[in-house]
Design a protein around this ligand. Structure first.
Ligand SMILES: Cc1ncc(COP(=O)(O)O)c(C=O)c1O
Length: 401
C-alpha cells in the first residue's frame, strides 16, 4: 500500500503544541467520507458505528451527525455514547458480558436494540423488561460452526460470542413475552479485504440464519452481520469500495427477503482517518541489525504485538537519504514491544518523528498504556479546519496512586 497522504501543516502545528507522542484524527476527512456513503447507502441497510474501535466523543458525534447509531459493548461505552449526545434509541448493545444488572440498566436507559449473546441473557432481559412493564427490541446472536478459517472474531474457533445453532433451535423464544425478537446477529470474521470472500461469507451466513429462523418459527426481519470490513495495512493491499459493499448488501437483502440488514462498522469506518506520531529516542546496531527505539510503542498502539501485522509507517520529515531496514521497537522492557521492520531513510536519528497510518481504529483504547509508567499519548483532532486537543499527554504522576 502507498502510504496515505496526511495534512502536514496541521500535524506540524500539533507536534509543536503537544511535544509528545499523539494520535491525530482527521475528522474533516471522515465527514467527507461519510457524506459520500450517505449518498450511496439504500434506506434499508442500516450502519452502526462500533465504538470499541475508537470511543473518542468527537468521533462519536461525527457518526451521530451522519445518521449512524452507535454499537456499544460495555457499560463504559454506553455511558460514553450517551454523554456524547447519542440518543438511547440510536444505541445497539453487543458484547458477551451482559449481567442482569447491566441488562436492567440498558432498560432503564431505554437502549434501542439489545443483542442477546446467550439464552440466559434472553431470560434475564425478559424478566427485567417484565418488571419494568416494557417490551424490548432484541436480536439473538448465533455462533455458526465453520470447518476452517482463522479470525480475531473466532472464525472456526469456539468463542464466547453468541450461542450455537442447536441451542437457539431448541430455545422457546415465544415464552419471552416482553421481548420483541426481530432477527439474528452473526459475526465471526474480522478485517477482510476481499469482496468475493465477504460476499461468499455473507451468503452462507444469511442462508444458515434463514434456515435457523425457519426452524425456530422466528420471523426474520433483520439480519445483523456485525463488522469485518478490512482496511489495507500491508503493501499491495487495496481498500474495498464502499459502493461495492453497499451493492452486495442490497442484493443480499433482496435475495433473502429481509426488511433490513445491519452492519456495525469499526475498523473500516474510522481506521483510515487516524495517524499515530512518536519520536525516535535511540538508534543502534545490535548484532548487525539496525534498530530504533521509539518514545511510544505497544503501550500506545498494541495491535502489532497481537496480530504481528505492522502499521504502515514512515519517517515524518522528508529525506532523500537511501533506505535501510530498521527493526523498530517501543520503550517497554519486553521484546513484545516491536512495531515491525521498516524501510526508512538511513539518516533517521534520535529526535526525528515517525508517523504511522491506519491507526484510527483499535489504537488508543486497545493498548496497554500503564506498563512502565510512560506518559499516555495525546489525542488531537482536525475538525472544521480547526486543530483541537481533547486529550493532552498524561504523565504517570497523574494516574499512579
Ligand atoms: C459485535 C461486534 N460488532 C462490530 C465490531 C466491529 O468490527 P470491525 O472493526 O471489524 O468493523 C466488533 C469488533 O470486535 C464486534 O465485536
Amino acid at each position: 500500500m502507498e502510504n496515505p497522504s496526511f495534512k502536514r501543516d496541521f500535524i506540524d502545528r500539533a507536534i509543536k503544541k503537544v511535544n509528545h507522542s499523539f494520535y491525530f484524527y482527521d475528522l474533516d476527512l471522515l465527514k467527507h467520507q461519510l457524506n459520500n456513503w450517505q449518498k450511496i447507502l439504500p434506506d434499508d441497510i442500516t450502519l452502526w458505528y462500533a465504538c470499541k474501535a475508537n470511543p473518542l466523543s468527537a468521533v462519536l458525534k461525527v457518526f451521530r451527525n451522519h445518521g449512524f447509531g452507535i454499537d456499544v459493548a460495555s457499560l463504559g461505552e454506553l455511558d460514553q455514547a450517551m454523554a456524547s449526545g447519542v440518543k438511547p434509541e440510536n444505541i445497539l448493545a453487543t458484547g458477551p458480558a451482559k449481567s442482569k444488572e447491566y441488562l436492567k440498566s440498558m432498560i432503564d436507559n431505554e437502549v434501542g436494540m439489545i443483542i442477546l449473546e446467550s439464552t440466559s441473557q434472553a431470560k434475564w432481559l425478559n424478566q427485567a423488561a417484565k418488571e419494568a412493564g416494557k417490551k424490548i427490541k432484541a436480536l439473538i446472536r448465533v455462533q455458526l460452526e465453520w470447518t476452517e478459517g482463522e479470525s480475531v472474531l473466532g472464525g472456526k474457533d469456539i468463542t464466547p460470542f453468541g450461542e450455537d445453532e442447536s441451542t437457539w433451535r431448541n430455545f422457546n423464544w415465544q415464552e419471552l413475552e416482553h421481548l420483541d425478537i426481530l432477527g439474528i446477529h452473526v459475526f465471526q470474521w474480522g478485517n477482510i479485504l476481499d469482496l468475493p470472500q465477504l460476499k461468499s461469507l455473507w451468503n452462507e451466513m444469511a442462508s444458515r440464519c434463514v434456515q435457523l429462523a425457519n426452524d425456530m418459527q422466528l420471523p426474520l426481519k433483520l439480519l445483523d452481520l456485525g463488522g469485518g470490513l478490512g482496511i489495507p495495512y500491508e503493501a499491495n493491499q487495496k481498500p474495498i469500495s464502499f459502493y461495492d459493499v453497499a451493492k452486495e448488501l442490497f442484493q443480499l437483502k433482496k435475495k433473502f427477503q429481509l426488511e433490513n440488514i445491519y452492519m456495525e462498522l469499526g475498523r473500516f469506518a474510522i481506521g483510515p482517518y487516524g495517524h499515530y506520531l512518536t519520536r525516535v529516542i535511540d538508534r543502534k546496531t545490535v548484532r548487525g541489525k539496525e534498530l530504533l527505539v521509539l518514545e511510544g510503542g505497544i503501550n500506545h498502539m498494541v495491535r502489532p504485538a497481537i496480530t504481528k501485522q505492522p502499521f504502515p509507517g514512515e519517517l515524518y520529515r522528508q529525506s532523500s537519504a537511501p533506505l535501510s531496514t530498521f527493526q523498530v521497537h517501543g520503550p517497554l522492557c519486553t521484546a513484545l514491544d516491536k512495531l515491525g521492520d521498516y524501510q526508512l531513510p538511513n539518516d533517521i536519528a534520535p529526535g526525528d518523528w515517525m508517523i504511522f497510518h491506519q491507526c484510527g481504529a483499535y489504537g488508543f483504547t486497545e493498548s496497554m498504556p500503564f506498563f512502565l509508567c510512560h506518559s499516555l499519548p495525546a489525542e488531537v483532532i482536525l475538525y472544521n479546519d480547526d486543530l483541537m486537543i481533547p486529550r493532552w499527554p498524561r504523565p504517570s504522576i497523574d494516574w499512579l496512586v
